[in-house]
Write a protein that binds this ligand. Structure first.
Ligand code: 5AD
Ligand code: SF4
Length: 436
Protein backbone atom coordinates (compact mmCIF):
# COMPACT_ATOMS: atom_id res chain seq x y z
CA UNK A 1 0.00 0.00 0.00
CA UNK A 2 1.27 3.47 -0.90
CA UNK A 3 0.97 5.89 2.03
CA UNK A 4 0.69 9.67 2.30
CA UNK A 5 0.60 12.36 4.96
CA UNK A 6 -1.03 15.74 4.29
CA UNK A 7 -0.92 18.84 6.45
CA UNK A 8 -3.07 21.85 5.56
CA UNK A 9 -2.44 25.51 6.35
CA UNK A 10 -4.61 28.54 5.64
CA UNK A 11 -8.23 29.17 4.80
CA UNK A 12 -11.35 27.10 4.21
CA UNK A 13 -10.67 27.05 0.47
CA UNK A 14 -7.39 25.30 1.27
CA UNK A 15 -9.08 22.92 3.71
CA UNK A 16 -11.59 21.95 1.04
CA UNK A 17 -8.91 21.64 -1.66
CA UNK A 18 -7.17 19.19 0.66
CA UNK A 19 -10.38 17.15 0.93
CA UNK A 20 -10.38 16.89 -2.87
CA UNK A 21 -6.67 16.04 -3.02
CA UNK A 22 -7.09 13.33 -0.36
CA UNK A 23 -9.96 11.85 -2.42
CA UNK A 24 -7.78 11.87 -5.53
CA UNK A 25 -4.94 10.12 -3.69
CA UNK A 26 -7.20 7.47 -2.18
CA UNK A 27 -8.67 6.92 -5.65
CA UNK A 28 -5.14 6.30 -6.86
CA UNK A 29 -4.51 3.58 -4.27
CA UNK A 30 -2.91 5.63 -1.48
CA UNK A 31 -3.68 5.32 2.22
CA UNK A 32 -3.63 8.37 4.51
CA UNK A 33 -1.48 8.17 7.66
CA UNK A 34 -1.28 10.50 10.69
CA UNK A 35 2.51 10.91 10.92
CA UNK A 36 4.94 12.10 8.25
CA UNK A 37 7.40 9.44 9.49
CA UNK A 38 4.96 6.70 8.46
CA UNK A 39 4.36 8.11 4.97
CA UNK A 40 6.10 7.58 1.64
CA UNK A 41 4.56 10.78 0.28
CA UNK A 42 4.50 13.91 2.47
CA UNK A 43 2.37 16.83 1.29
CA UNK A 44 1.93 20.33 2.64
CA UNK A 45 -0.98 22.42 1.39
CA UNK A 46 0.35 25.89 2.04
CA UNK A 47 -0.85 29.46 2.66
CA UNK A 48 0.99 32.69 1.87
CA UNK A 49 -1.55 35.31 2.92
CA UNK A 50 0.89 36.81 5.43
CA UNK A 51 4.61 36.25 5.88
CA UNK A 52 4.06 34.30 9.12
CA UNK A 53 1.86 31.77 7.33
CA UNK A 54 4.44 31.34 4.60
CA UNK A 55 7.29 30.83 7.08
CA UNK A 56 5.42 27.97 8.76
CA UNK A 57 5.88 25.68 5.81
CA UNK A 58 9.58 26.52 5.44
CA UNK A 59 9.99 25.64 9.14
CA UNK A 60 8.29 22.32 8.45
CA UNK A 61 10.65 21.65 5.56
CA UNK A 62 13.73 22.48 7.67
CA UNK A 63 12.47 20.25 10.46
CA UNK A 64 11.95 17.51 7.93
CA UNK A 65 15.52 17.89 6.65
CA UNK A 66 16.97 17.82 10.19
CA UNK A 67 15.05 14.69 11.01
CA UNK A 68 16.31 13.10 7.80
CA UNK A 69 13.23 12.31 5.77
CA UNK A 70 15.19 10.13 3.36
CA UNK A 71 13.36 8.03 0.83
CA UNK A 72 10.23 10.13 1.00
CA UNK A 73 8.58 12.10 -1.75
CA UNK A 74 7.88 15.67 -0.67
CA UNK A 75 5.23 17.84 -2.28
CA UNK A 76 4.19 21.45 -1.79
CA UNK A 77 0.67 22.39 -2.79
CA UNK A 78 -1.37 25.58 -2.58
CA UNK A 79 -0.45 29.22 -2.34
CA UNK A 80 3.25 29.11 -1.39
CA UNK A 81 3.78 26.49 -4.10
CA UNK A 82 2.20 28.76 -6.69
CA UNK A 83 3.93 31.90 -5.42
CA UNK A 84 7.45 30.50 -5.17
CA UNK A 85 7.23 27.99 -8.03
CA UNK A 86 10.55 26.55 -9.20
CA UNK A 87 12.41 28.67 -6.62
CA UNK A 88 11.32 26.14 -4.01
CA UNK A 89 13.74 23.61 -5.51
CA UNK A 90 16.63 26.01 -4.83
CA UNK A 91 15.55 26.70 -1.28
CA UNK A 92 14.60 23.09 -0.50
CA UNK A 93 16.30 20.78 -3.04
CA UNK A 94 14.69 17.67 -1.53
CA UNK A 95 11.20 18.81 -2.63
CA UNK A 96 9.88 16.72 -5.53
CA UNK A 97 6.48 18.14 -6.40
CA UNK A 98 5.23 21.75 -6.54
CA UNK A 99 1.64 22.32 -7.54
CA UNK A 100 -0.65 25.36 -7.22
CA UNK A 101 -4.41 25.11 -6.77
CA UNK A 102 -5.13 26.17 -10.37
CA UNK A 103 -3.37 22.96 -11.51
CA UNK A 104 -5.04 20.38 -9.26
CA UNK A 105 -6.74 18.87 -12.30
CA UNK A 106 -3.21 17.73 -13.21
CA UNK A 107 -2.35 16.43 -9.75
CA UNK A 108 -3.08 12.77 -10.62
CA UNK A 109 -0.87 12.99 -13.66
CA UNK A 110 1.99 14.58 -11.67
CA UNK A 111 1.71 11.79 -9.14
CA UNK A 112 2.07 9.18 -11.85
CA UNK A 113 5.18 10.95 -13.17
CA UNK A 114 6.68 10.78 -9.67
CA UNK A 115 5.76 7.10 -9.35
CA UNK A 116 7.54 6.53 -12.67
CA UNK A 117 10.73 8.00 -11.24
CA UNK A 118 10.59 11.72 -12.07
CA UNK A 119 12.66 13.72 -9.54
CA UNK A 120 10.92 17.07 -9.92
CA UNK A 121 7.46 17.83 -11.26
CA UNK A 122 5.47 21.04 -11.29
CA UNK A 123 1.94 22.26 -11.96
CA UNK A 124 2.22 26.04 -12.01
CA UNK A 125 0.15 27.40 -14.86
CA UNK A 126 -2.42 30.02 -13.86
CA UNK A 127 -3.83 30.16 -17.35
CA UNK A 128 -6.98 28.15 -16.68
CA UNK A 129 -10.73 28.28 -17.13
CA UNK A 130 -11.28 25.06 -15.16
CA UNK A 131 -12.42 24.51 -11.64
CA UNK A 132 -11.29 21.42 -9.75
CA UNK A 133 -14.06 18.98 -8.92
CA UNK A 134 -13.97 15.30 -8.19
CA UNK A 135 -16.58 12.79 -7.05
CA UNK A 136 -13.85 11.31 -4.84
CA UNK A 137 -13.75 14.25 -2.35
CA UNK A 138 -13.15 12.97 1.20
CA UNK A 139 -14.88 15.40 3.53
CA UNK A 140 -13.55 15.64 7.09
CA UNK A 141 -16.88 16.54 8.68
CA UNK A 142 -19.88 14.22 8.30
CA UNK A 143 -22.51 16.94 8.87
CA UNK A 144 -21.20 20.19 7.44
CA UNK A 145 -19.86 20.19 3.88
CA UNK A 146 -17.80 22.72 1.96
CA UNK A 147 -18.92 23.24 -1.63
CA UNK A 148 -16.87 25.35 -4.07
CA UNK A 149 -18.95 27.61 -6.33
CA UNK A 150 -16.22 29.89 -7.70
CA UNK A 151 -12.43 29.71 -7.78
CA UNK A 152 -9.78 32.41 -8.18
CA UNK A 153 -10.10 36.16 -7.86
CA UNK A 154 -10.23 39.00 -10.42
CA UNK A 155 -9.92 41.82 -7.87
CA UNK A 156 -6.57 43.50 -7.32
CA UNK A 157 -6.51 44.52 -3.65
CA UNK A 158 -3.07 46.01 -3.36
CA UNK A 159 -2.03 43.96 -0.30
CA UNK A 160 -3.28 40.56 -1.44
CA UNK A 161 -1.45 37.58 -2.95
CA UNK A 162 -4.56 35.59 -3.80
CA UNK A 163 -4.94 36.73 -7.44
CA UNK A 164 -1.34 35.59 -7.94
CA UNK A 165 -1.76 32.28 -6.14
CA UNK A 166 -5.24 31.17 -7.13
CA UNK A 167 -5.53 32.60 -10.63
CA UNK A 168 -8.45 34.18 -12.46
CA UNK A 169 -12.09 33.92 -11.42
CA UNK A 170 -14.03 30.97 -12.77
CA UNK A 171 -17.54 29.92 -11.70
CA UNK A 172 -19.04 26.43 -11.80
CA UNK A 173 -22.34 25.95 -13.57
CA UNK A 174 -25.39 26.15 -11.31
CA UNK A 175 -26.39 22.65 -12.47
CA UNK A 176 -23.12 21.20 -11.21
CA UNK A 177 -23.36 23.10 -7.88
CA UNK A 178 -26.96 22.02 -7.31
CA UNK A 179 -26.21 18.42 -8.24
CA UNK A 180 -23.45 18.34 -5.64
CA UNK A 181 -25.75 19.98 -3.06
CA UNK A 182 -28.41 17.31 -3.64
CA UNK A 183 -25.81 14.55 -3.42
CA UNK A 184 -24.60 16.00 -0.12
CA UNK A 185 -28.15 16.04 1.23
CA UNK A 186 -28.57 12.40 0.14
CA UNK A 187 -25.38 11.50 2.01
CA UNK A 188 -26.86 13.01 5.17
CA UNK A 189 -25.20 16.42 5.25
CA UNK A 190 -27.49 19.10 6.67
CA UNK A 191 -25.22 22.14 6.40
CA UNK A 192 -23.54 23.46 3.28
CA UNK A 193 -20.92 26.16 3.22
CA UNK A 194 -20.55 27.70 -0.23
CA UNK A 195 -16.95 28.64 -0.90
CA UNK A 196 -15.09 31.07 -3.10
CA UNK A 197 -12.54 33.87 -2.77
CA UNK A 198 -15.35 36.22 -3.76
CA UNK A 199 -18.67 34.36 -3.82
CA UNK A 200 -20.58 37.56 -4.64
CA UNK A 201 -19.09 37.73 -8.11
CA UNK A 202 -20.44 34.26 -8.94
CA UNK A 203 -21.78 34.16 -12.52
CA UNK A 204 -23.36 30.96 -13.74
CA UNK A 205 -21.61 30.11 -17.04
CA UNK A 206 -24.60 27.97 -18.13
CA UNK A 207 -27.67 29.22 -20.00
CA UNK A 208 -29.51 29.52 -16.66
CA UNK A 209 -27.19 32.48 -15.91
CA UNK A 210 -27.88 32.67 -12.15
CA UNK A 211 -26.23 35.34 -10.05
CA UNK A 212 -25.03 34.62 -6.52
CA UNK A 213 -28.30 35.49 -4.74
CA UNK A 214 -30.27 33.28 -7.14
CA UNK A 215 -27.86 30.38 -6.63
CA UNK A 216 -28.05 30.87 -2.86
CA UNK A 217 -31.83 30.71 -3.05
CA UNK A 218 -31.73 27.47 -5.01
CA UNK A 219 -29.20 25.80 -2.67
CA UNK A 220 -31.43 26.89 0.23
CA UNK A 221 -34.30 24.94 -1.32
CA UNK A 222 -32.50 21.59 -1.56
CA UNK A 223 -34.56 19.14 0.54
CA UNK A 224 -32.68 17.93 3.62
CA UNK A 225 -30.36 20.95 3.84
CA UNK A 226 -31.07 22.89 7.04
CA UNK A 227 -28.30 25.49 6.96
CA UNK A 228 -26.47 27.27 4.16
CA UNK A 229 -23.53 29.59 4.76
CA UNK A 230 -21.20 31.31 2.34
CA UNK A 231 -17.72 32.76 2.44
CA UNK A 232 -16.16 35.06 1.51
CA UNK A 233 -17.89 38.24 0.39
CA UNK A 234 -16.51 41.39 -1.20
CA UNK A 235 -18.38 44.65 -0.40
CA UNK A 236 -18.06 45.90 -3.98
CA UNK A 237 -20.01 42.91 -5.34
CA UNK A 238 -22.34 42.44 -2.37
CA UNK A 239 -25.88 43.12 -3.61
CA UNK A 240 -29.17 43.75 -1.82
CA UNK A 241 -30.79 40.63 -3.29
CA UNK A 242 -28.49 38.52 -1.06
CA UNK A 243 -30.15 40.08 2.01
CA UNK A 244 -33.60 39.60 0.43
CA UNK A 245 -32.79 35.91 -0.03
CA UNK A 246 -31.74 35.59 3.64
CA UNK A 247 -34.90 37.44 4.69
CA UNK A 248 -37.10 35.03 2.81
CA UNK A 249 -35.46 31.69 3.54
CA UNK A 250 -34.61 30.68 7.14
CA UNK A 251 -32.33 27.89 5.82
CA UNK A 252 -29.89 30.63 4.77
CA UNK A 253 -27.94 31.41 7.95
CA UNK A 254 -28.27 34.88 9.41
CA UNK A 255 -24.54 35.52 9.27
CA UNK A 256 -22.58 37.59 6.76
CA UNK A 257 -18.81 37.94 6.80
CA UNK A 258 -18.11 41.22 5.02
CA UNK A 259 -14.42 42.17 5.24
CA UNK A 260 -14.00 45.97 5.42
CA UNK A 261 -10.19 46.11 5.97
CA UNK A 262 -10.26 49.83 6.87
CA UNK A 263 -12.74 52.56 7.75
CA UNK A 264 -10.79 55.30 5.96
CA UNK A 265 -11.53 56.27 2.36
CA UNK A 266 -7.93 57.18 1.62
CA UNK A 267 -6.65 53.86 2.99
CA UNK A 268 -9.38 51.96 1.11
CA UNK A 269 -8.29 53.74 -2.04
CA UNK A 270 -4.62 52.80 -1.55
CA UNK A 271 -5.80 49.25 -0.85
CA UNK A 272 -7.67 49.31 -4.18
CA UNK A 273 -10.79 48.00 -2.49
CA UNK A 274 -13.17 49.69 -4.98
CA UNK A 275 -15.69 50.95 -2.38
CA UNK A 276 -15.95 53.87 0.01
CA UNK A 277 -16.76 53.85 3.69
CA UNK A 278 -20.30 55.09 2.89
CA UNK A 279 -20.88 52.40 0.29
CA UNK A 280 -19.78 49.80 2.80
CA UNK A 281 -22.04 51.26 5.49
CA UNK A 282 -25.00 51.14 3.09
CA UNK A 283 -24.58 47.37 2.92
CA UNK A 284 -24.43 47.24 6.70
CA UNK A 285 -27.69 49.19 6.80
CA UNK A 286 -29.42 46.62 4.53
CA UNK A 287 -28.39 43.93 6.97
CA UNK A 288 -29.45 45.86 10.05
CA UNK A 289 -32.88 46.46 8.52
CA UNK A 290 -33.34 42.74 7.86
CA UNK A 291 -35.97 40.88 9.86
CA UNK A 292 -33.46 38.04 10.42
CA UNK A 293 -31.11 39.74 12.92
CA UNK A 294 -28.06 39.11 10.78
CA UNK A 295 -24.72 38.68 12.56
CA UNK A 296 -22.05 40.74 10.79
CA UNK A 297 -18.37 39.83 11.01
CA UNK A 298 -15.34 41.34 9.30
CA UNK A 299 -11.59 41.42 8.67
CA UNK A 300 -9.41 44.44 9.50
CA UNK A 301 -5.83 45.23 8.46
CA UNK A 302 -3.94 47.73 10.61
CA UNK A 303 -0.73 49.50 9.65
CA UNK A 304 -1.27 49.46 5.89
CA UNK A 305 1.42 51.60 4.15
CA UNK A 306 0.81 55.26 4.89
CA UNK A 307 -1.98 54.67 7.42
CA UNK A 308 -2.00 57.87 9.48
CA UNK A 309 -3.23 58.18 13.04
CA UNK A 310 -6.35 59.95 11.68
CA UNK A 311 -7.04 57.17 9.17
CA UNK A 312 -6.64 54.58 11.89
CA UNK A 313 -9.11 56.56 14.05
CA UNK A 314 -11.66 56.25 11.22
CA UNK A 315 -11.36 52.47 11.38
CA UNK A 316 -11.97 52.61 15.14
CA UNK A 317 -15.05 54.81 14.61
CA UNK A 318 -16.40 52.41 12.00
CA UNK A 319 -15.98 49.46 14.39
CA UNK A 320 -17.99 51.41 16.98
CA UNK A 321 -20.66 52.21 14.44
CA UNK A 322 -21.14 48.69 13.06
CA UNK A 323 -20.63 46.76 16.32
CA UNK A 324 -19.45 43.54 14.70
CA UNK A 325 -20.35 40.17 16.19
CA UNK A 326 -16.74 39.13 15.72
CA UNK A 327 -13.67 40.08 13.75
CA UNK A 328 -10.33 38.85 12.43
CA UNK A 329 -7.68 41.56 12.64
CA UNK A 330 -4.17 41.54 11.24
CA UNK A 331 -1.02 43.63 11.01
CA UNK A 332 -0.24 44.47 7.41
CA UNK A 333 2.34 42.09 5.96
CA UNK A 334 4.04 43.00 2.65
CA UNK A 335 3.56 40.25 0.05
CA UNK A 336 5.51 39.48 -3.11
CA UNK A 337 4.08 40.59 -6.49
CA UNK A 338 1.44 42.85 -4.91
CA UNK A 339 1.07 46.57 -5.64
CA UNK A 340 1.46 47.53 -1.97
CA UNK A 341 4.87 45.91 -1.65
CA UNK A 342 6.24 48.90 -3.57
CA UNK A 343 4.60 51.39 -1.19
CA UNK A 344 6.44 52.91 1.73
CA UNK A 345 5.87 50.46 4.61
CA UNK A 346 7.48 52.68 7.19
CA UNK A 347 5.25 52.03 10.19
CA UNK A 348 7.38 49.89 12.48
CA UNK A 349 6.26 46.63 14.06
CA UNK A 350 5.75 48.26 17.46
CA UNK A 351 3.31 50.76 16.00
CA UNK A 352 1.48 48.07 14.03
CA UNK A 353 1.23 45.99 17.21
CA UNK A 354 -0.05 48.97 19.17
CA UNK A 355 -2.82 49.56 16.63
CA UNK A 356 -3.70 45.89 16.53
CA UNK A 357 -4.07 45.79 20.31
CA UNK A 358 -6.33 48.84 20.27
CA UNK A 359 -8.57 47.27 17.62
CA UNK A 360 -8.70 43.95 19.45
CA UNK A 361 -9.50 45.51 22.83
CA UNK A 362 -12.27 47.59 21.30
CA UNK A 363 -13.74 44.56 19.59
CA UNK A 364 -13.50 42.49 22.77
CA UNK A 365 -15.53 45.07 24.67
CA UNK A 366 -18.18 45.05 21.92
CA UNK A 367 -18.39 41.25 22.00
CA UNK A 368 -18.70 41.16 25.81
CA UNK A 369 -21.56 43.62 25.60
CA UNK A 370 -23.34 42.06 22.61
CA UNK A 371 -23.02 38.47 23.82
CA UNK A 372 -24.46 39.45 27.23
CA UNK A 373 -27.58 40.72 25.45
CA UNK A 374 -28.31 37.12 24.44
CA UNK A 375 -28.65 35.80 28.01
CA UNK A 376 -32.18 34.45 28.43
CA UNK A 377 -32.73 33.81 24.72
CA UNK A 378 -33.30 30.40 23.09
CA UNK A 379 -31.01 29.50 20.21
CA UNK A 380 -31.04 26.55 17.86
CA UNK A 381 -27.61 24.93 17.61
CA UNK A 382 -26.06 22.26 15.50
CA UNK A 383 -24.12 20.00 17.87
CA UNK A 384 -20.45 19.95 16.87
CA UNK A 385 -18.90 17.89 19.64
CA UNK A 386 -18.54 17.15 23.35
CA UNK A 387 -15.85 18.61 25.60
CA UNK A 388 -14.75 15.90 28.03
CA UNK A 389 -12.97 18.39 30.29
CA UNK A 390 -15.89 20.74 30.84
CA UNK A 391 -18.58 18.06 30.27
CA UNK A 392 -20.26 20.50 27.90
CA UNK A 393 -21.66 19.92 24.44
CA UNK A 394 -20.35 22.30 21.78
CA UNK A 395 -23.05 23.93 19.67
CA UNK A 396 -23.03 26.36 16.75
CA UNK A 397 -25.83 28.86 16.19
CA UNK A 398 -27.08 30.05 12.82
CA UNK A 399 -25.26 33.33 13.51
CA UNK A 400 -22.09 31.24 13.79
CA UNK A 401 -21.64 31.76 17.53
CA UNK A 402 -20.23 29.00 19.71
CA UNK A 403 -22.78 28.02 22.37
CA UNK A 404 -21.48 25.43 24.87
CA UNK A 405 -24.22 23.75 26.85
CA UNK A 406 -24.98 21.15 29.46
CA UNK A 407 -27.65 18.47 29.21
CA UNK A 408 -28.85 15.71 31.54
CA UNK A 409 -26.92 12.50 31.02
CA UNK A 410 -29.93 10.69 29.58
CA UNK A 411 -30.59 13.42 26.99
CA UNK A 412 -28.93 11.14 24.39
CA UNK A 413 -27.50 13.82 22.13
CA UNK A 414 -25.44 13.20 19.03
CA UNK A 415 -23.02 15.29 17.03
CA UNK A 416 -24.79 16.69 13.97
CA UNK A 417 -28.19 17.01 15.68
CA UNK A 418 -30.07 20.30 16.00
CA UNK A 419 -31.38 21.29 19.43
CA UNK A 420 -32.67 24.36 21.20
CA UNK A 421 -30.54 25.76 23.99
CA UNK A 422 -31.32 28.39 26.61
CA UNK A 423 -28.46 30.90 26.92
CA UNK A 424 -27.52 31.38 30.60
CA UNK A 425 -24.08 33.00 30.54
CA UNK A 426 -21.84 34.81 28.09
CA UNK A 427 -18.17 35.57 27.53
CA UNK A 428 -16.24 37.57 24.93
CA UNK A 429 -15.96 34.67 22.49
CA UNK A 430 -18.77 32.26 23.29
CA UNK A 431 -22.06 31.63 25.07
CA UNK A 432 -22.97 29.07 27.70
CA UNK A 433 -26.38 27.48 28.12
CA UNK A 434 -28.57 24.53 29.02
CA UNK A 435 -30.50 22.21 26.76
CA UNK A 436 -33.99 23.71 26.55
N1 5AD B 1 -1.34 41.54 5.33
C1 5AD B 1 -2.21 41.42 6.37
N2 5AD B 1 -3.42 40.89 6.26
C2 5AD B 1 -3.82 40.46 5.03
N3 5AD B 1 -4.96 39.91 4.62
C3 5AD B 1 -4.86 39.66 3.29
N4 5AD B 1 -3.66 40.04 2.84
C4 5AD B 1 -2.98 40.56 3.91
C5 5AD B 1 -1.69 41.14 4.09
N5 5AD B 1 -0.83 41.27 3.06
C6 5AD B 1 -6.12 39.69 5.48
C7 5AD B 1 -7.36 40.45 4.98
C8 5AD B 1 -8.19 39.35 4.40
C9 5AD B 1 -7.85 38.19 5.29
C10 5AD B 1 -8.19 36.86 4.75
O1 5AD B 1 -6.46 38.32 5.47
O2 5AD B 1 -7.98 41.03 6.09
O3 5AD B 1 -9.58 39.66 4.41
FE1 SF4 C 1 -3.91 31.45 2.37
FE2 SF4 C 1 -5.26 33.11 0.82
FE3 SF4 C 1 -4.22 30.96 -0.23
FE4 SF4 C 1 -6.30 30.76 1.43
S1 SF4 C 1 -6.24 31.72 -0.60
S2 SF4 C 1 -4.48 29.51 1.47
S3 SF4 C 1 -5.82 32.42 2.88
S4 SF4 C 1 -3.11 32.66 0.67
Amino acid sequence: MKTFYLETFGCQMNAHDSEKVVGTLVGQGYEQVDEPAAAELVLYNTCSIRDKAEQKVFHRLQQFKREGGRGKVIGLLGCVAQQEGEKIFERAPFVNLVCGSASYNRFSELLVQIENGARRVTGLSLDTQDTFETPLTRRDNPNRAFLTIIEGCDKACSYCVVPFTRGPERSRTSQSVLREARELADMGYTEIQLLGQNVNSYRDPSAAGLNFAQLLNKVGQVPGIRRVRFTTSHPRDFTKDIIDAIDENPVLCNHVHLPVQSGSNSTLSRMQRLYTRDEYLRRIEWMKKSSRNIAITTDIIVGFPGETEAEFAETLALIDEVEYESMFSFKYSPRPNTAAVKMDDSLDETEKSRRLTIVQEKQRAIQIRRNAELIGSREEVMIEGFNKNTLQWIGRTSQHRTLNFTALEDASLKVGEYRHVLVTRSGPNSLVGELA
